[in-house]
Ligand binder design. Structure first.
Ligand code: DX5
Ligand code: ZN
Length: 224
C-alpha cells in the first residue's frame, strides 16, 4: 500500500510543519489537489506550491490531482514544477487521449479520475494509456467528506476491468478513507490510499504518529 496524504487537509499556516511531520512518519508520496473554482466549486493549491515542495523534498513523489477545466493547459507547468504523477477528471476535457499522451511525453505518470456517478468502464477506450486511476469515493471538491456507499464494490469492479484488459495501472482511492474502509479497499485491489482527516490529520497523537500507526495497521492486514 502507498499512503498518499492529501495536503488539502493541512492548515495553510502549518503547511511546512505538517509536511515535515508527514515525512518523519515515513510518507514519501504526497497527494496534491489543484482546484480551479470551475470544474469544482472550490479553490486549492496553485502550481508553484508543487515546485516549493519538490525543492524541499526532491525524493518525495508529488502526485497532482487536477480538478480543473482544460487540464491540458497545466501539463507543461506541472512538469516544470517537478510533478511526478498527474491526473485529471475524465469528463473535464474532450481530449483525454491527447492529455494522457502529453503527460507521458513530459516524463510523468498519467492518470484519470472517475467520479462517483460515472461508470467504471468509461476508461476502456484509453485503458492502455493509464499509469494510474483515481476512484473518487466522495464527490470531488472538498476534503473531509464521508466515503460513499458502494466505493469498495466499485474498486473491485475497476480491479476486475484491469485484469480483463491485462492492464497494470495503479488504483488509487480518494475521499473519506478511514480505518474501516481501508482494509476492504486494499482487499478489493487498491494500491494507493489518499488519507485525510480520518487517518492522518487532526489525530490526537499528531501527524507523525498517525502515519506510523496507519502503516502498521496496513502491514498487519490479512489481505488473503
Ligand atoms: C477531495 C479531494 C481529496 C480530499 C481527501 O476533492 O480530492 O483528496 O482532500 O481527504 P479526505 O479523505 O479527508 O476527504
Ligand atoms: Zn484528491
Amino acid at each position: 500500500m502507498i499512503n498518499a496524504p492529501s495536503l488539502a487537509n493541512c492548515n495553510v499556516l502549518e503547511l511546512a510543519d505538517n509536511i515535515k511531520d508527514l515525512v518523519a512518519g515515513g510518507v514519501d508520496f504526497f497527494h496534491i489537489d489543484i482546484m480551479d473554482g470551475h470544474y469544482v466549486p472550490n479553490l486549492c493549491f496553485p502550481v508553484n506550491y508543487i515546485r516549493d515542495i519538490k525543492n524541499a523534498y526532491p525524493n518525495a513523489t508529488a502526485e497532482v490531482h487536477m480538478m480543473v477545466d482544460n487540464p491540458g493547459d497545466y501539463i507543461e507547468r506541472l512538469q516544470q514544477a517537478g510533478a511526478d504523477y498527474v491526473c485529471f477528471h475524465c469528463d473535464s476535457t474532450n481530449f483525454v487521449r491527447r492529455n494522457l499522451t502529453q503527460i507521458r511525453a513530459h516524463g510523468m505518470k498519467a492518470g484519470v479520475v472517475i467520479n462517483p456517478s460515472q461508470r467504471i468502464d468509461v476508461i476502456e477506450p484509453y485503458i492502455n494509456l493509464l499509469d494510474y486511476v483515481i476512484l473518487m469515493t466522495v464527490e470531488p471538491g472538498f476534503a473531509g467528506q464521508r466515503f460513499l456507499p458502494g466505493g469498495v464494490e466499485r474498486c473491485a469492479e475497476l480491479a476486475e476491468l484491469r485484469k480483463k484488459h491485462n492492464a497494470n495501472f495503479l488504483i488509487e482511492i480518494d475521499g473519506g478513507v478511514d480505518y474501516e474502509n481501508a482494509g476492504p479497499c486494499l482487499k478489493a485491489g487498491a494500491d494507493i490510499l489518499v488519507t485525510g482527516i480520518y487517518v492522518v490529520f487532526k489525530q490526537e497523537d499528531g501527524i507523525t504518529n498517525a502515519c506510523k500507526r496507519f502503516r502498521k495497521f496496513a502491514e498487519e492486514l490479512d489481505l488473503s
